[in-house]
Design a protein around this ligand. Sequence first.
Ligand SMILES: [Zn+2]
Length: 239
Amino acid sequence: MRGANLSRLEGNRYQEDHVGISPEDEVVRICQELIRIDTSNYGDNVGPGERKAAEYTAGLIEEVGLSTQLFESAPGRTSVVARMEGSDPSLPALVVHGHLDVVPAQKEDWTVDPFGGEEKDGLIWGRGAVDMKDMDAMILSVLRSMQRDGVKPRRDLIFGFFADEEAGGAYGASWLVDNKPEVFEGATEAISEVGEGSRRPSAGSGRTSCRPRRRASPGSVSWRTVVPATARRSTPTTR
Ligand SMILES: [Zn+2]
């Protein structure tokens, strides 16, 4: 298999050197590095980090030979899109997307640096560890593995990493749909974070926050503790 992969990737020194690297080998590092880029979304365009996170994300994708497009709806409000060509052009495209922004974090509310991406007790801690730099990292590590190993999906995959999800998406996904619809040409479905981290229990019992414990070991997420939060908190701890 290794030989077959190498022949398909002939001419790309980076890929030849990195065939055999699995998503599990780098997903934790990517998640940590994304958390360390403060992409707090205050809802008023003053957040510092979406551009930086977008450039970091685009770099990871370009590094394995897939072209990216960066779109900036307003200064610093940057989204990344990349399309991986499928083998069957008769099939519709699938959008796989995440967001790069996070809900702001008050350091005094945390027992760790919310932007430290610290690994502690075998878990990764930080703002965005659940919503949703974890999934961003999983998407990126799988995308990179597919590129390195010459894996072609049957249908086109459109990867999107958007700004501004936490404040409504006007500067991210909504802006792209309105201003750059060609980016999503041929797509009929999209998958992302819905159902990932938090859920609302039955009426009257308040909001439920799930505190996930993310294994540092290869690529797995285990859910161990559910912390019911009452009206004491205005911001769910999953964010
Ligand atoms: Zn989210």
